[in-house]
Design a protein. Structure first.
Length: 230
Protein backbone atom coordinates (compact mmCIF):
# COMPACT_ATOMS: atom_id res chain seq x y z
CA UNK A 1 0.00 0.00 0.00
CA UNK A 2 2.95 2.31 0.64
CA UNK A 3 3.97 1.94 -3.02
CA UNK A 4 0.46 2.92 -4.10
CA UNK A 5 0.58 6.05 -1.95
CA UNK A 6 4.00 6.96 -3.36
CA UNK A 7 2.74 6.55 -6.94
CA UNK A 8 -0.34 8.68 -6.34
CA UNK A 9 1.75 11.40 -4.72
CA UNK A 10 4.14 11.43 -7.70
CA UNK A 11 1.23 11.73 -10.14
CA UNK A 12 -0.26 14.53 -8.07
CA UNK A 13 3.04 16.46 -8.19
CA UNK A 14 3.30 15.97 -11.98
CA UNK A 15 -0.25 17.20 -12.53
CA UNK A 16 0.42 20.26 -10.38
CA UNK A 17 3.42 21.13 -12.57
CA UNK A 18 1.36 20.87 -15.76
CA UNK A 19 -1.35 23.09 -14.30
CA UNK A 20 1.09 25.72 -13.05
CA UNK A 21 2.70 25.99 -16.47
CA UNK A 22 -0.66 26.01 -18.27
CA UNK A 23 -1.82 28.92 -16.10
CA UNK A 24 1.20 30.99 -17.15
CA UNK A 25 0.69 30.11 -20.83
CA UNK A 26 -3.02 31.00 -20.69
CA UNK A 27 -2.24 34.41 -19.21
CA UNK A 28 0.16 35.05 -22.08
CA UNK A 29 -2.32 33.65 -24.61
CA UNK A 30 -5.14 35.96 -23.51
CA UNK A 31 -2.82 38.98 -23.45
CA UNK A 32 -1.26 38.35 -26.87
CA UNK A 33 -4.26 36.61 -28.51
CA UNK A 34 -1.80 34.05 -29.87
CA UNK A 35 -3.16 30.92 -31.54
CA UNK A 36 0.27 29.26 -31.24
CA UNK A 37 0.32 29.89 -27.51
CA UNK A 38 -3.18 28.49 -27.23
CA UNK A 39 -2.09 25.27 -28.96
CA UNK A 40 0.65 24.86 -26.34
CA UNK A 41 -1.84 25.63 -23.58
CA UNK A 42 -4.12 22.90 -24.96
CA UNK A 43 -1.27 20.38 -24.96
CA UNK A 44 -0.47 21.16 -21.33
CA UNK A 45 -4.09 20.82 -20.24
CA UNK A 46 -4.41 17.51 -22.10
CA UNK A 47 -1.31 16.17 -20.37
CA UNK A 48 -2.65 17.36 -17.02
CA UNK A 49 -6.00 15.70 -17.75
CA UNK A 50 -4.39 12.38 -18.69
CA UNK A 51 -2.24 12.52 -15.57
CA UNK A 52 -5.33 13.32 -13.53
CA UNK A 53 -7.13 10.29 -14.95
CA UNK A 54 -4.21 8.04 -13.99
CA UNK A 55 -4.28 9.57 -10.52
CA UNK A 56 -8.04 9.11 -10.25
CA UNK A 57 -7.79 5.49 -11.35
CA UNK A 58 -5.18 4.73 -8.69
CA UNK A 59 -7.21 6.50 -6.00
CA UNK A 60 -10.36 4.60 -6.97
CA UNK A 61 -8.49 1.31 -6.70
CA UNK A 62 -7.11 2.40 -3.34
CA UNK A 63 -10.59 3.40 -2.20
CA UNK A 64 -11.92 -0.05 -3.04
CA UNK A 65 -9.13 -1.66 -1.02
CA UNK A 66 -9.40 0.46 2.12
CA UNK A 67 -13.16 1.08 2.35
CA UNK A 68 -14.75 -1.87 4.15
CA UNK A 69 -18.06 -0.21 5.06
CA UNK A 70 -20.46 -0.74 2.08
CA UNK A 71 -22.70 2.16 3.11
CA UNK A 72 -19.71 4.48 3.20
CA UNK A 73 -18.68 3.36 -0.27
CA UNK A 74 -22.19 3.85 -1.70
CA UNK A 75 -22.24 7.37 -0.27
CA UNK A 76 -18.89 8.00 -1.92
CA UNK A 77 -20.25 6.93 -5.34
CA UNK A 78 -23.29 9.17 -4.91
CA UNK A 79 -21.06 12.14 -4.07
CA UNK A 80 -19.08 11.60 -7.29
CA UNK A 81 -22.05 12.81 -9.34
CA UNK A 82 -22.08 16.12 -7.47
CA UNK A 83 -18.32 16.42 -7.80
CA UNK A 84 -18.44 15.90 -11.57
CA UNK A 85 -21.14 18.55 -11.89
CA UNK A 86 -23.47 16.54 -14.13
CA UNK A 87 -27.12 17.51 -13.74
CA UNK A 88 -30.15 15.53 -14.89
CA UNK A 89 -33.72 16.87 -15.05
CA UNK A 90 -37.02 15.70 -16.49
CA UNK A 91 -39.88 18.10 -17.11
CA UNK A 92 -42.83 18.28 -19.50
CA UNK A 93 -41.70 15.18 -21.36
CA UNK A 94 -38.15 16.44 -21.97
CA UNK A 95 -35.03 14.94 -20.41
CA UNK A 96 -32.18 17.40 -19.90
CA UNK A 97 -28.59 16.39 -19.12
CA UNK A 98 -26.08 19.17 -18.42
CA UNK A 99 -22.39 18.30 -18.77
CA UNK A 100 -19.76 20.75 -17.46
CA UNK A 101 -17.47 20.15 -20.44
CA UNK A 102 -17.50 19.75 -24.20
CA UNK A 103 -18.14 16.36 -25.77
CA UNK A 104 -14.77 15.09 -27.03
CA UNK A 105 -13.62 15.13 -30.63
CA UNK A 106 -14.44 11.97 -32.56
CA UNK A 107 -10.73 11.08 -32.83
CA UNK A 108 -9.94 11.56 -29.15
CA UNK A 109 -8.63 8.36 -27.60
CA UNK A 110 -9.15 9.18 -23.95
CA UNK A 111 -12.83 9.66 -23.22
CA UNK A 112 -13.54 7.78 -19.97
CA UNK A 113 -13.30 11.09 -18.10
CA UNK A 114 -16.76 11.90 -19.49
CA UNK A 115 -18.52 8.60 -20.07
CA UNK A 116 -17.98 6.91 -16.71
CA UNK A 117 -19.30 9.90 -14.72
CA UNK A 118 -22.22 10.27 -17.15
CA UNK A 119 -23.19 6.62 -16.64
CA UNK A 120 -22.93 7.01 -12.86
CA UNK A 121 -25.00 10.21 -12.90
CA UNK A 122 -27.83 8.66 -14.93
CA UNK A 123 -27.76 5.47 -12.88
CA UNK A 124 -28.03 7.37 -9.59
CA UNK A 125 -30.71 9.65 -10.99
CA UNK A 126 -32.83 6.67 -12.06
CA UNK A 127 -32.39 4.99 -8.67
CA UNK A 128 -33.52 8.16 -6.91
CA UNK A 129 -36.58 8.36 -9.17
CA UNK A 130 -37.46 4.76 -8.30
CA UNK A 131 -37.13 5.45 -4.57
CA UNK A 132 -39.46 8.44 -4.88
CA UNK A 133 -41.89 6.56 -7.15
CA UNK A 134 -41.31 9.11 -9.91
CA UNK A 135 -41.49 8.44 -13.63
CA UNK A 136 -38.35 7.38 -15.46
CA UNK A 137 -38.75 8.57 -19.06
CA UNK A 138 -38.61 6.03 -21.85
CA UNK A 139 -38.51 7.03 -25.50
CA UNK A 140 -39.27 4.59 -28.31
CA UNK A 141 -38.59 7.22 -30.97
CA UNK A 142 -36.98 10.52 -30.10
CA UNK A 143 -34.74 13.42 -31.03
CA UNK A 144 -31.60 14.32 -29.09
CA UNK A 145 -30.51 17.95 -29.27
CA UNK A 146 -26.82 18.62 -28.50
CA UNK A 147 -26.10 22.21 -27.47
CA UNK A 148 -22.32 22.80 -27.56
CA UNK A 149 -21.44 25.82 -25.43
CA UNK A 150 -18.05 27.51 -25.85
CA UNK A 151 -16.52 29.96 -23.41
CA UNK A 152 -16.65 33.26 -25.31
CA UNK A 153 -13.72 34.65 -23.31
CA UNK A 154 -11.32 32.07 -24.76
CA UNK A 155 -9.97 32.03 -28.33
CA UNK A 156 -12.53 30.42 -30.64
CA UNK A 157 -10.28 29.69 -33.61
CA UNK A 158 -9.45 26.00 -33.56
CA UNK A 159 -11.75 25.29 -30.61
CA UNK A 160 -15.13 25.40 -32.31
CA UNK A 161 -15.47 22.15 -34.23
CA UNK A 162 -17.67 20.96 -37.05
CA UNK A 163 -20.63 19.07 -35.63
CA UNK A 164 -19.75 15.95 -37.60
CA UNK A 165 -16.38 15.79 -35.80
CA UNK A 166 -17.98 15.49 -32.37
CA UNK A 167 -18.24 12.06 -30.76
CA UNK A 168 -21.93 11.57 -30.11
CA UNK A 169 -22.09 7.77 -30.31
CA UNK A 170 -20.77 6.99 -26.82
CA UNK A 171 -23.03 9.62 -25.27
CA UNK A 172 -26.06 8.15 -27.04
CA UNK A 173 -24.99 4.64 -25.99
CA UNK A 174 -25.13 5.64 -22.34
CA UNK A 175 -28.31 7.72 -22.47
CA UNK A 176 -30.13 5.07 -24.51
CA UNK A 177 -29.25 2.36 -21.99
CA UNK A 178 -31.37 4.19 -19.42
CA UNK A 179 -34.24 5.78 -21.31
CA UNK A 180 -34.42 4.77 -24.98
CA UNK A 181 -35.55 1.73 -26.89
CA UNK A 182 -32.43 1.99 -29.05
CA UNK A 183 -29.84 4.49 -30.23
CA UNK A 184 -30.23 3.24 -33.81
CA UNK A 185 -30.91 5.79 -36.50
CA UNK A 186 -34.28 4.12 -36.99
CA UNK A 187 -35.33 5.37 -33.56
CA UNK A 188 -33.17 8.42 -32.83
CA UNK A 189 -32.58 11.67 -34.71
CA UNK A 190 -29.90 14.12 -33.58
CA UNK A 191 -29.59 17.88 -33.87
CA UNK A 192 -26.50 19.95 -33.04
CA UNK A 193 -26.20 23.65 -32.37
CA UNK A 194 -23.28 25.80 -31.20
CA UNK A 195 -23.59 28.69 -28.78
CA UNK A 196 -21.37 30.97 -26.75
CA UNK A 197 -21.53 31.29 -22.99
CA UNK A 198 -19.45 32.02 -19.93
CA UNK A 199 -18.13 28.45 -19.59
CA UNK A 200 -17.57 25.42 -21.79
CA UNK A 201 -20.26 22.78 -21.52
CA UNK A 202 -22.72 20.54 -23.32
CA UNK A 203 -26.48 20.37 -22.88
CA UNK A 204 -28.47 17.36 -24.06
CA UNK A 205 -32.22 17.50 -24.56
CA UNK A 206 -34.10 14.28 -25.29
CA UNK A 207 -37.69 14.52 -26.47
CA UNK A 208 -40.26 13.12 -28.85
CA UNK A 209 -39.38 14.31 -32.35
CA UNK A 210 -42.75 16.02 -32.80
CA UNK A 211 -42.00 18.33 -29.85
CA UNK A 212 -38.76 19.63 -31.31
CA UNK A 213 -39.87 22.33 -33.82
CA UNK A 214 -41.95 24.14 -31.22
CA UNK A 215 -39.41 23.60 -28.48
CA UNK A 216 -36.46 25.02 -30.47
CA UNK A 217 -38.49 28.11 -31.40
CA UNK A 218 -39.43 28.77 -27.79
CA UNK A 219 -35.93 28.10 -26.46
CA UNK A 220 -33.76 29.87 -29.01
CA UNK A 221 -31.97 31.57 -26.11
CA UNK A 222 -31.31 28.52 -23.93
CA UNK A 223 -30.67 29.58 -20.33
CA UNK A 224 -28.35 32.62 -20.40
CA UNK A 225 -26.34 31.37 -23.35
CA UNK A 226 -25.76 33.84 -26.13
CA UNK A 227 -26.05 33.05 -29.81
CA UNK A 228 -23.43 35.13 -31.61
CA UNK A 229 -21.65 35.09 -34.94
CA UNK A 230 -18.48 33.02 -34.78
Amino acid sequence: MKDQLDETQALSWRMEQYMAESRNVLTSCVRLKSELQYDYFTELVLEAAKTSEKLTDKLRRLTLEVTVNPVQYENYKAELVTIHGIEVEFSEGILKVALPLLVPHRKDFYTDFLYKPLHTALQNWCLERVKKALEIPFFEECLVCFVHVYNKNLPLVGRVRDHDNIEEKHVLDIVSSFCMKSDSGFYVDTFHTTRLGMEDGTLLYVMEAKKFPGWIRENSQLLDIEKEAL
